[in-house]
Design a protein around this ligand. Sequence first.
Ligand code: HEC
Ligand code: HEC
Length: 291
Amino acid sequence: MARKPDGKHEVETTGHSWDGIEEYNNPLPRWWLWTFYATIAWGIVYTILYPAWPLVDRATGGVLGWSQRAEVAAELEAVEASQADLRAELVSTDLTAISENEALQRYAVQAGAALFRTNCSQCHGSGAAGAVGYPNLLDDDWLWGGRMEDIAYTIRHGIRNEDDPDARYSQMPAFGDLLSREEIATLVDHVQSLPDGADPLAGPGGTLFSENCVACHGENAQGDRTLGAPNLTDAIWLYASDDQSLTTLISQGPFGVMPAWGERLGEHGVRALAAYVHQLGGGEPEPEAEE
Ligand code: HEC
Ligand code: HEC
């Protein structure tokens, strides 16, 4: 026993004493003790009800049979069930009506974005901005058309591939066999002047152009979407516009190939991708009175 500093009370000590400083043996506070017993009781109940003690390759199961894996599986199932409706709806809705249904459009664009990352970005870039020979899908400059149906067709069948008999197809001739070097050089200058507003049919370049090029690129040089022939009057180049590149391109003829995706990704994938590409910025609306 020891006397407290106030000199009045006696306190039990542990018997330890350091340089005259003694350790009191106070009882633990009640509330603390009861909380402590409660956690022990709770721990025992928990280990009986839930998975707890580690065994060699798993843990004790617990009498409730609860498992995190089962919970995740149930959650996934619920998500899939809720998406099954949207999947079915996407495949059955008229292509042009998808964007009118907000929930469906949101679902399609999300699914399309995911498919784009895995299947398309290696050629068109992760942001779909394209590269030399691979068109930018963000602008409204389209080779083959920018309406939902056009885009879906391009994705489903691809372009100039040998796997799909319905692939979009056209072939610009290799003019190296048909024209002289000087004529090609004249055409290169001429083509370079078109985005600046030069008359496509004027001058010696214009004559060569009307004899060799208008069948596909048009008398106004604005291209032809049924042939995938680019508009030559805008400053947007699928390939490059320097002398060397244009000379090679006109001499050898470009031949851009895109795989067909219809079989690989199915109708659902094609439609999701079309919705995604269409809303990237350059998608074109349906003409008002088509019938
Ligand atoms: C192997 C490379 C490659 C892959 C992969 C690829 N594309 Fe293409 N894509 C091309 C090329 C090349 C062209 C342009 C062909 C041409 O010159 O007409 C093109 C053109 C397009 C066009 C037409 C653009 C226009 O202006 O009319 C669309 C739309 C398109 N791709 C979408 C996709 C989508 C969606 C995917 C993924 C499912 C995809 N592409 C995957 C190479 C690819
Ligand atoms: C049979 C149709 C056809 C004819 C004829 C034709 N072209 Fe093309 N041209 C195309 C097609 C299709 C493409 C795109 C090919 C591709 O994407 O692989 C193209 C692409 C080009 C490009 C690339 C444009 C860009 O944005 O990079 C140039 C330049 C061009 N043509 C110039 C000419 C000139 C000059 C002539 C005449 C000497 C000519 N073409 C004749 C079909 C034609």
